[in-house]
Design a protein around this ligand. Structure first.
Ligand code: NDP
Length: 245
């Protein structure tokens, strides 16, 4: 069902975004991959091409509204359509609030919230006009449960969850645009590398001991949602490692 559909994936240079680009491409979609580390995108693009897929890549910093707009414009120029947007770019520098890591709060708000708004803003008029499209947002278990050390990160993921439901109410009924919130538990990716607060080392160690989800597990969940028939709107998928509390 997603054969020849055009999918934009933000934060595709590693982890879930990388695996999602591969999964959607294997299922026949044309994938447009963005992130700041262009060397990684280039590697992924080579792999997709050598597997017979169609790919477009361009540097994308989702905190820059103009870059989000230019990315969408370039994809429309190349393929004439944008059918799926996976708002995946994100970071998780967990910290206790008392550590006052203000720069990290700013980055989380900029990437995890404003990046999702800017990227969605860049495609929504096109989707609204053609009365179809699918926006997939990476929220988290942390968008449902708050924990100490995660107050700001959780706030950003609660915001993504709220925004996703707002999009559904505004665009699903009237404009036939599907909206999905993906809510993973612990996934083995580079995400924990952004944690600098020493008091969170226990969290990092525990996460390492657990049999975490793999990025491919989340990519499969995203594929399920976007590959469902057009009348099916998979609103939320909550997915934890079996042994996560
Ligand atoms: P990774 O750290 O492996 O990937 C994060 C991606 O985000 C990278 O490709 C990075 O690319 C990109 N990114 C960061 N900042 C920007 C930016 N300003 N502009 C564009 N891209 C950016 O982590 P995951 O794959 O685990 O995370 C993907 C999403 O899944 C995130 O939203 C995360 O919050 C969510 N999630 C992850 C969980 C986990 O346990 N791993 C659990 C629940 C949710 P680059 O640095 O090249 O720009």
């Amino acid at each position: 069902m997603i054969k020849d559909k055009v999918a934009i994936i933000t934060g595709a240079s590693s982890g879930i975004g990388f695996a999602t680009a591969l999964a959607l491409s294997k299922a026949g979609a044309k994938v447009a991959i963005g992130a700041r580390r262009v060397d990684r995108l280039e590697e992924l693009a080579k792999k997709i091409t050598s597997d017979g897929g169609e790919v477009f890549y361009q540097k994308l910093d989702v905190t820059q509204r103009a870059e989000c707009d230019n990315f969408a414009k370039a994809v429309l120029e190349k393929w004439g359509s944008i059918d799926i947007l996976v708002n995946n770019a994100g970071l998780m520098p967990l910290s206790l609030f008392k550590s006052l890591k203000v720069d990290e709060w700013d980055r989380m708000v900029d990437v995890n919230i404003k990046g999702v708004l800017y990227s969605t803003g860049a495609v929504i008029s096109h989707m609204k006009e053609k009365k179809s499209g699918h926006i997939v947002n990476l929220s988290s278990v942390a968008g449902r449960i708050v924990f100490a050390g995660g107050s700001v990160y959780c706030a950003t993921k609660y915001a993504v969850a709220a925004f996703t439901e707002g999009l559904r109410q505004e665009f699903s009924v009237r404009s036939n645009i599907r909206v999905t919130s993906i809510e993973p538990g612990v996934v083995a990716t580079e995400l924990n590398d952004t944690i600098t607060d020493e008091s969170l080392q226990g969290f990092v160690e525990n996460a390492k001991k657990m049999e975490a989800l793999q990025a491919e597990d989340i990519a499969n969940a995203i594929l399920y949602a976007v590959d469902s028939p057009p009348h099916v709107n998979v609103n939320e998928i909550l997915i934890r490692p079996t042994t996560q509390a």
